[in-house]
Design a protein around this ligand. Structure first.
Ligand SMILES: [Zn+2]
Length: 251
């Protein structure tokens, strides 16, 4: 059987933003994003929401599936991402900071997070997930405080956008306590960034960062690698293969 490693890609905003205005690399241009979507499909990936990917992973069936995820809840996700997804017939997940609704983004103050009304509309088009109430590093919180924050975020979002079942840890950071808090808060799955985490733990799933142009100079994709059975490789090799795929995505 031929298998592609499961992929969850972590984006933020969707807009053409020059790197000098975006030192943290939070934005992907719409044309570039469309290219990513098409390339993933050319390679044979089926695009699913993060919730679906997590559920496939818990059954050991995530290979060949990829999820596009977008953190924080920027307004361009509604204005630019949603029409693009509709066009490509692609699903996605947006992880929203519930206490930032309508506010400027601290790292991109020229734009803002969706308002309540916009969140409702966004929720009609993508899966909405939780991303904390104030984007604090939950790995520094006690179990109680982390759980309270995730529950409060979930309630605030559900109040507007319907059921919220998945979460992304702010900065991708989570201790064992954070992970336990997230599970006990009733989320079915949660994710990290920078490839940290494990496909074996639904509340500690890895995502790969898709930073603004940062992967433009990458290794060439070896097509043979793409199609070798995933099962032949120990996890570290599979992770390296996923990272080669990502670099090839950006070519
Ligand atoms: Zn974030």
């Amino acid at each position: 059987m031929r298998a592609l490693p499961p992929l969850a890609l972590a984006f933020h905003g969707v807009a053409e933003v020059p790197l000098r205005r975006d030192p943290q690399g939070l934005f992907v241009g719409p044309a570039e994003l469309r290219r990513h979507v098409r390339r993933l499909r050319e390679w044979g990936y089926r695009l699913v929401t993060f919730g679906e990917l997590a559920s496939l992973a818990s059954g050991g069936r995530a290979a060949g599936h990829a999820a596009l995820t977008f953190d924080d809840g920027l307004v361009d996700n509604l204005e630019t991402l949603v029409p693009l997804l509709r066009d490509e017939e692609a699903p996605a997940t947006v992880f929203v900071v519930s206490g930032w609704l309508g506010e400027a983004h601290p790292d991109a103050p020229w734009t803002r997070i969706v308002t309540r009304d916009e969140l409702r509309e966004l929720g009609g088009a993508v899966e909405i997930g939780a991303h904390s109430t104030r984007h604090d590093d939950l790995s520094t919180f006690s179990y109680r405080d982390a759980r309270a924050d995730l529950e409060a975020c979930r309630e605030a979002l559900e109040d507007v956008a319907g059921p919220v079942e998945t979460a992304a840890y702010p900065f991708g950071r989570a201790s064992d306590e954070t992970i336990r808090a997230c599970r006990d808060a009733g989320f079915t799955a949660a994710c990290r960034v920078s490839g940290e985490g494990s496909w074996d733990d639904p509340h500690n799933l890895p995502r790969q960062d898709m930073l603004n142009r940062s992967t433009a100079v990458g290794l060439r994709l070896k097509r043979a690698d793409l199609y070798e059975p995933l099962m032949r490789f120990p996890p570290a090799r599979a992770a390296r293969r996923a990272s080669r795929l990502l670099k090839a995505l950006a070519r």
